[in-house]
Write a protein that binds this ligand. Structure first.
Ligand SMILES: [Zn+2]
Length: 108
C-alpha cells in the first residue's frame, strides 16, 4: 500500500493534519490578539486600518472592503505585512525547534 511505501500510517497522516490545524488556529488566534494589543504599533496600525477604515463598523458582513484588507499596502494576495512578518517568525521558530529536536543526540 502507498502508506507502507512512504513509511507513514493513515492515523499518522490524519493526526498530522489535525495537529496542524489546531496549531495554526492557536497561533492565528494569539497573533490576532497581538495585532489588537498595540504592542507593535506598526503591525497593529496595519491591521486596524482594515477593521476601522477599509471595512468599518456598520458595513455589510461581506462588503467590498472586507475582501481588500490591505488597501494598496504591501501584501501577498490579500494578506498584509502585519500578518506575514509575525507568521514568518512563528514558522522559523517552530521549524528551528523541530530541527533542534531531530539533531539532538539520542539517549539510550
Ligand atoms: Zn482584528
Amino acid at each position: 500500500m502507498l502508506y507502507e511505501r512512504l513509511h507513514v500510517t493513515f492515523v499518522g497522516v490524519v493526526a498530522t493534519l489535525v495537529d496542524s490545524i489546531v496549531v495554526a488556529e492557536f497561533a492565528g488566534y494569539w497573533l490576532h490578539r497581538l495585532l489588537h494589543s498595540d504592542r507593535f504599533p506598526a503591525l497593529s496600525r496595519g491591521h486596524l486600518i482594515h477593521h476601522f477604515l477599509v471595512y468599518g463598523p456598520r458595513q455589510p458582513m461581506r462588503a467590498g472592503g472586507y475582501h481588500d484588507a490591505t488597501d494598496n499596502r504591501f501584501s501577498v494576495g490579500n494578506v498584509g505585512i502585519e500578518w506575514l512578518a509575525p507568521s514568518a517568525i512563528i514558522i522559523v521558530v517552530s521549524q528551528s525547534q523541530k530541527a533542534a529536536r531531530h539533531s539532538s543526540p539520542k539517549r539510550e
